[in-house]
Design a protein around this ligand. Structure first.
Ligand SMILES: [Zn+2]
Length: 316
């Protein structure tokens, strides 16, 4: 029976633990990240629920880095304290770069090399509210279609297809890559953490890597959405400074013109209405109240009408 091997990747005081389980047989090489953003605790819990656990692995290998950015995690911060940088924006990193770039480089060279599927476990952090979503990149690099297969079985409420791969993301580290998001700007959502680890186990089973399924298949229907955007890039922005008042919920279905939120002044008087510019679903809402002119506050994604997917897959 294969045993987990835990090793320490040292990086001048900001290293990380890497857990590796090798079946010794051919199969997919799956990598799981928690704690890329240090204030997102659910993925950290989910990754720890996988690392060291007897999976009954019969094919391929599993690598888990449960807390990728330890320095940010200890500071309860989205960003790396040493340089204020976002680890999920500097991939593939640089060997002699900033502290954050060095972490990215170590992950790229020591962990992601040869990876068939990256599962990057994120949640809303402290600034956004996002529904339970599994996102995947559909830019043509994933020739085996692993990320779409993985997203389909994960068990999230939304399956978000991204036709483009924004630069610098952790998700650039592998041709096939999926990521999670979940509500909970604030206290740890333990149910979400468990849903994440269950989702990962479903993916490993889907890829033929487990002797037997460890959790039941999800029977929950998922809404398929699409957008080239990302929770920080394209959302609707304010035209005023003020306080943002929610008039919608993350995950809510909306029609073009529906009220999503208000910007109010310090008397609570409305300065601006934020309305949906398309029919779709609210996939991100700014959680903290204070907003400045031009700041993104609400993001929408539209129904993905491309499914079932008909694109022919290239040679494996
Ligand atoms: Zn994140």
């Amino acid at each position: 029976m294969a045993e987990w091997v835990r090793t320490r990747v040292e990086l001048k005081g900001r290293g990380f633990d890497r857990w590796f389980l090798d079946s010794g047989r051919p199969g997919y090489r799956v990598v799981i990240f928690g704690g890329v953003h240090g204030d997102e605790t659910e993925g950290v819990i989910a990754a720890h629920r996988i690392a060291g656990t007897a999976l009954g692995l019969k094919a391929g290998s599993v690598t888990v880095v449960p807390i990728v950015n330890e320095e940010a995690y200890k500071a309860d911060s989205r960003l790396t304290p040493a340089d204020g940088a976002n680890l999920a924006r500097v991939f593939p990193g640089r060997k002699d770069g900033t502290p954050t770039e060095q972490i990215a480089y170590a992950l790229t060279s020591d962990v992601l090399l040869g990876c068939d599927l990256l599962i990057d476990l994120h949640t809303s952090g402290r600034t956004l509210d996002i529904p339970f979503t599994i996102g995947y990149i559909d830019d043509g690099r994933d020739r085996k279609g692993l990320s779409e297969r993985a997203a389909k079985v994960f068990g999230a409420d939304f399956i978000w297809r991204h036709p483009i791969r924004p630069p610098g993301r952790t998700l650039n580290g592998a041709d096939a890559a999926i990521y999670t998001e979940a509500p909970g700007a604030g206290p740890t959502g333990l149910d979400n953490a468990i849903a994440f680890s269950d989702g990962v186990l479903r993916v490993l089973d889907e890829l033929g890597m487990l002797e037997k399924p460890l959790v039941p298949r999800s029977s929950k229907p998922a809404q398929r959405i699409v957008g080239g955007n990302n929770v920080e890039l394209d959302p609707l922005a304010t035209r005023q400074d003020g306080l943002f008042i929610h008039r919608s919920k993350s995950g809510q279905k909306v029609k073009k013109g529906d009220l999503l939120g208000l910007v109010v002044n310090l008397k609570g008087e409305t300065l601006e209405e934020i309305r949906a510019d398309v029919d779709g679903w609210v996939v991100s809402l700014k959680y903290r109240p204070q907003v400045t002119k031009g700041e993104p506050v609400a993001g929408l994604a539209v129904a993905d009408d491309r499914y079932p997917m008909t694109r022919s897959l290239g040679p494996a």
